[in-house]
Design a protein around this ligand. Structure first.
Ligand code: NAD
Length: 478
């Protein structure tokens, strides 16, 4: 059969009106930072500067926390849950109305394919607000005592891999429980959070309930260390998570941490191979592998190794890498040059340590930050690429002979965020999942998210749960 080439199918960016510069969102309005500091947000697919964004200093964070405290004490904290719910439903509906704009902006600022931001990220963002809106007037029935109260002001710091979705995971449960928030987006992806600030204005959310302070690590540290913050919620690297745990130790602040992962995706010899290959591809190449729960360690039962590997390579040769706004694109740009350097360095170490790299032939664009989808075979548990989070489109392939060996290898990691099991046997799914030390175990699927389902880690992947009824607990005193 002849191979047909895809015609380009770019999504138009005209729906997005990116302003040349953005201030901080404090007390319901956009304001300039005290010292006028600014940084640039860049499109990683073209290196084009998209906008200039304010960089908040300590005094700006102080203003934001004061606005959040005022709103907590005067309006949002005392407001009945059924009234708070109306605002959250309104926000959810506006997100749906502006979904195309948000998806295009997310792809421009982050580099992820439009197919993903349009079909996964933004629908899940709206779903989170709908889901937690539903809880706002039912907190007394959530299993946290007869009269659960909000914690107060939440300081929230999020990463760049799912900018708007991580914002939703943080803000929706906090607001549903009656807390107010100061949120710091990642320095490379601040733009959708700033459009979210506009959405808060559009929804007539009382001033100060949501405050967005843009900036880099120092701004994040100012949020975390502010004495009037009652609760800290962080998603990002284990290294920064450790620093935050140290910073809040001995204070009255509550903290939840969602950190890195090195998930095992285990394929048993009775698995449906084609289905497993789709799951493996989704597990590691979804969002360029910039996923804390990515299935970055493939564990294959030896008897199906050759068949599975051949099938995986055939599938990878069909992946389309390129323009994130093209609706045919499977793999977009790496989010930043710093992240690209990290991926390159760890991949080179993989080769130096004796593993064998393979990538399908693919043309990468001249400008921007790109990395071809890659698998490493001949990987042992001692290799750094089997132990460290690469956070890119790089899969380490290992093998096993018995179910016991699979579990032992899967658990041989300092992390414990997620895992996958592929087998025909229900009993084997249950027996394996029971022994895996991972917060989420997917069976015959991977990277499935739902606002009703709790998510979080074991060991160095952090503590606390986000999502579902469990996600309310961190934002309630009971
Ligand atoms: P990071 O942990 O440095 O940054 C995450 C967020 O924390 C950003 O908003 C950042 O500005 C902020 N931050 C940085 N230093 C801080 C400090 N001292 N106090 C408070 N906030 C601070 O992550 P990164 O540099 O973007 O990525 C580094 C590695 O982290 C990646 O290679 C990957 O392994 C991992 N990572 C994990 C996740 C995840 O979802 N678990 C997300 C992004 C990155």
């Amino acid at each position: 059969m002849p191979l047909f080439e895809y015609a380009p199918a770019p999504e138009s960016r005209s729906i997005v009106d990116i302003k040349p510069s953005y201030g901080l969102f404090i007390g319901g309005e956009f304001v300039d930072p005290a010292d006028g500091a600014a940084m640039k947000s860049v499109n990683p697919a073209s290196e084009e500067v998209l906008a200039e964004v304010a960089e908040a200093g300590e005094s700006d964070v102080d203003r934001a926390v004061a606005a959040a405290r005022r709103a907590y004490e005067t309006t949002w904290g005392p407001m009945p849950g059924r009234e708070r719910a109306k605002y959250l439903y309104r926000i959810a509906r506006i997100i749906q109305e502006r979904s195309r704009e948000l998806a295009v902006l997310e792809s421009l600022d982050n580099g992820k394919p439009i197919r993903e931001s349009r079909d996964v990220d933004v629908p899940l963002v709206a779903a989170h607000f709908f889901y937690y809106a539903g809880w706002a007037d039912k907190l007394t029935h959530a299993g946290f005592g007869p009269d659960p109260r909000p914690v107060g002001v939440a300081g929230q710091v999020i990463p760049w891999n799912f900018p708007l979705l991580m914002l939703a995971w943080k803000i929706a449960p906090a607001l549903a429980c009656g807390n107010t928030v100061v949120l710091k987006p990642a320095e490379t992806t601040p733009l959708t959070a700033l459009v979210f600030a506009e959405i808060c204005q559009q929804a007539d959310l009382p001033p100060g309930v949501v405050n967005i302070v843009t900036g880099a690590g120092a701004t994040g540290a100012a949020v975390v260390n502010h004495p009037d913050v009652d609760k800290v919620a962080f998603t990002g690297s284990t290294e920064v998570g450790r620093a935050i745990a140290r910073a809040v130790a001995g204070t009255r602040k509550r903290v939840t941490l969602e950190l890195g992962g090195k998930a095992a995706n285990i394929v048993f010899d009775d698995a449906a191979i084609d289905q497993a290959v789709e799951g493996i591809v989704n597990g590691i190449f979804f969002n360029q592998g910039h996923v804390c729960c990515a299935g970055s360690r493939l564990l294959v039962q030896e008897s199906v190794y050759d068949e599975l590997l051949a099938s995986l390579k055939r599938r990878m040769a069909r992946l389309r890498v390129g323009d994130p706004l093209d609706k045919n694109t499977d793999i977009g740009a790496i989010n930043s040059s710093a992240q690209l350097d990290r991926i390159r360095t760890l991949s080179e170490i993989g080769s130096q340590e004796g593993a064998e790299a393979w990538s399908p032939p693919c043309e990468l664009p001249d400008r921007g930050f790109w990395f071809a989808p890659t698998i490493f075979t001949g990987v042992t548990q001692a290799h750094r690429i089997a132990r460290e989070e690469i956070f890119g489109p790089v899969l380490s392939v290992l093998t096993f002979r018995t179910p016991e060996e699979a579990v032992a290898k899967a658990n041989n990691t300092p992390y414990g965020l997620s895992a996958g099991v592929w087998t025909e046997k229900g009993s084997r799914i249950l027996a394996t999942a029971d022994k895996l030390r991972a917060g989420v175990v997917w069976a015959n699927t991977f990277n499935k998210f739902d606002p009703a389902s709790p998510f979080g880690g074991y060991k160095e992947s952090g503590y606390g749960r986000e999502g579902g009824r469990h996600g309310l607990e961190a934002y309630l005193v009971h």
